[in-house]
Structure formats: C-alpha cells, structure tokens
Design a binder for this molecule. Structure first.
Ligand SMILES: Cc1cc2nc3c(=O)[nH]c(=O)nc-3n(C[C@H](O)[C@H](O)[C@H](O)COP(=O)(O)O)c2cc1C
Length: 187
C-alpha cells in the first residue's frame, strides 16, 4: 500500500516560501510512490474551537459545521502529515493553529508521522521564533504519540526567495521521500 501523505499549508501566500517547500516535499513523496494531497488552509472557513468539550467526551470530530469537517477523514486516512507554515509573530500561523486546535479530542490523529516546514524573515531559528513553533510541534507529537520524521526550516522573506536556496528545496524533497518510505512504527 502506498503511504498516504496530507500536506497542510498554513501561509496566506499560496505561492510563498513555505508553500514552495511543501510542493517540493510533495514531489519527493510522489517520486517515492506515496499518495499526496495538499490543502491550502487560508481559503477555508475553519472556526476556532469553542471549548464545548464534546469532541473530548466522544473522542471524535468537532461538532462545528464548517470546512474542518471534510478534513477529518483526510487526517484519519493519512499516514503522515506535513505541516508547512510561515513564522508569524514568533510561532506558526493562525491558519494552522485554528486547524490544529480542532484536533483536540480527535483520536484518529494519534500515532501519525509528521514533517515540519517553517520559513521566517529573521536570520535564524531562535530570533525568528521558529524555535517556538518547533517546540509546540514536538510537544504536540508527544501528546499525540506521533513522530516528527524531519524538520525543514530557513530564513526567507519575499515570494520567490526560496528559488535562491536549492539546499532548502533539496531538504524538502528529501523529507517527502523519507515520509513516503519510512515505516510508521507507532501505528
Ligand atoms: C504578519 C507577519 C508576521 C511575521 N512575523 C515574523 C516573525 O515573528 N519572525 C520572523 O522571522 N518573520 C516573520 N515574518 C516574516 C515571514 O515569516 C516570512 O516572510 C516567511 O518566509 C513567509 O513565508 P511564506 O512565504 O510561506 O508566506 C512575518 C510576516 C508577516 C506577514
């Protein structure tokens, strides 16, 4: 069975740096035989969690009827999820946070593999706040009993900057290949 990889793109810039790296990861995964689907979150109506706790009580989907509903079966079916985001205000984007908050009681998102792609305008992982996003994803994966297979991050600002960084594009391609190939021991 080919591995099923879901990519969640968290930037409002559909052709921005994190999206370009996510697309390159998709190419790597496809070349290694995986099935890949990419979702551009910015275009979706995903409302914030309202803390009703029903999902936690039944271990299931959120009851809010919005564009999150079709994402639940895609998340459940995915072997691996790539989270791609720009750094906004020293962590990942609100678009991605809205989506992840809605996984609160959703048990089928446990035991997945994850790939992380982050881009930031500042010069390094610490001053940019990229480290905060990584810390959140690591904590999240511990809670979900998931595994982070790889993290690609880089200092990039304007749309198109990523094309001047073939090393980052290669890292993203390799991440896609690894996610397609590596067995998920947690499942
Ligand atoms: C609202 C906003 C907030 C930002 N906050 C940060 C930040 O805290 N740290 C940083 O290094 N870059 C910050 N940036 C720059 C972006 O992270 C950077 O341009 C990134 O490459 C954009 O990714 P994208 O092309 O995928 O949209 C910010 C940009 C915007 C528009």
């Amino acid at each position: 069975m080919p591995k099923n990889i879901l990519i969640l793109k968290g930037s409002p810039r559909e052709r921005g740096n994190s999206a370009a790296l996510a697309d390159r990861a998709a190419q790597g995964a496809l070349a290694a035989g995986a099935q890949v689907e990419s979702i551009y979150l910015h275009g979706l109506d995903i409302r914030p969690c309202d803390a009703c706790e029903l999902c936690a009580e039944n271990g299931n989907w959120c009851i809010i009827e919005d564009d999150m509903l079709p994402l639940y079966p895609k998340l459940a079916a995915a072997d691996a999820v790539i989270l791609a985001s720009p750094i906004y205000w020293f962590t990942f984007s609100a678009q991605l946070k809205l989506c992840i908050d809605r996984w609160y009681g959703f048990q089928e998102v446990a035991h997945k593999q994850f790939g992380i792609i982050l881009t930031y305008g500042d010069t390094d992982l610490y001053t940019s706040g990229g480290i905060n996003a990584i810390h959140t994803f690591e904590t999240m994966c511990r809670f979900l009993k998931g595994e982070i297979v790889g993290i690609v991050h880089g200092s990039l600002s304007n749309v198109g900057d990523v094309e001047k960084h073939p090393e980052l594009l290669q890292q993203a391609y390799d991440l896609g290949q690894r996610l397609a190939a590596e067995k998920n021991d947690g499942r």
